[in-house]
Write a protein that binds this ligand. Sequence first.
Ligand code: NAP
Length: 275
Amino acid sequence: MKKWYAVIGDPIAHSLSPFMHEIWFQENDIEASFLPIHVEPSKLKQACEALQLLGASGFNVTLPHKQAIIPLLDGIDDTAAKMNAVNTVVRNGKSFKGSNTDGDGFVQSLLTADPKLDSRVLLVGAGGAARGISFALKRAGFEDVTITNRTYRRAEELAEETGSKKLTKAEAEQNLDGFDIIIQTTSVGLAEDEALPISLEKVRKGTLAADIVYNPIDTPFLKKAEEKGCKTLNGVGMFVYQGAIGFEKWTGVKPDTEKMIQVITEKLGGNYVNR
Ligand code: NAP
């Protein structure tokens, strides 16, 4: 039987995962399809049972189900347990195991910008994605990580768990010139006219500014960072690498990430720059 995979979320129409995985199946001569499935929160349990019954070989989980899916699975790996969130589910026989590839996906994207491991890193945000990224940064060897967040208590908690430093938003803004890398992980930026989650007035020229939001591709944070003379990294790389790690878990094949970053960038109306 032809294998099939899916992404579940609410909303789901905007997801680029089906587009990306279908291309990778074709490029690698894998007979499989990938479906976007709209699942409302109240239907998550039934949807998970249906995916099991109908033989899905694996699926992605996006907002708002990344935490709620956990008790419905047969198990989760260490990364997903630390993040308390699942974005990738792999079938093993009759069981579904959850994993989370967001943090490692971001770090793989960051590494394409060739950062030094002793960089002083500021992580803006303390939500689900920031959680994964902060653990993955530590695993990759970035020791000097500081977390700031609108709700300071969440920054304190995450800093405590990951052995990072923490600053209030005002303190971070005041000391911004002390950072080599600033990573924007909040949901701010999805709407073009939103205020920045952190003021970049004091940012140093040459600082690497990374945003994990990828649609729009040129977020207000990245536009401001460019104006201030920063190097920038948009969220497309993270999206592609988190997907590629999942694709390899499902199929055993490493897909072409470089070409996909170009394809997705152009699909979103951006200009692809080969590094
Ligand atoms: P989340 O768990 O809901 O966390 C949201 C974060 O944004 C929290 O730190 C929250 O601060 C902050 N925030 C929200 N509104 C804010 C505002 N007006 N001002 C300042 N901070 C604000 O969301 P998530 O799952 O971490 O996702 C965050 C973003 O990452 C989303 O846009 C998502 O699409 C994107 N993402 C991208 C990829 C990719 O592949 N590129 C992967 C995963 C996620 P409080 O704690 O104060 O509420």
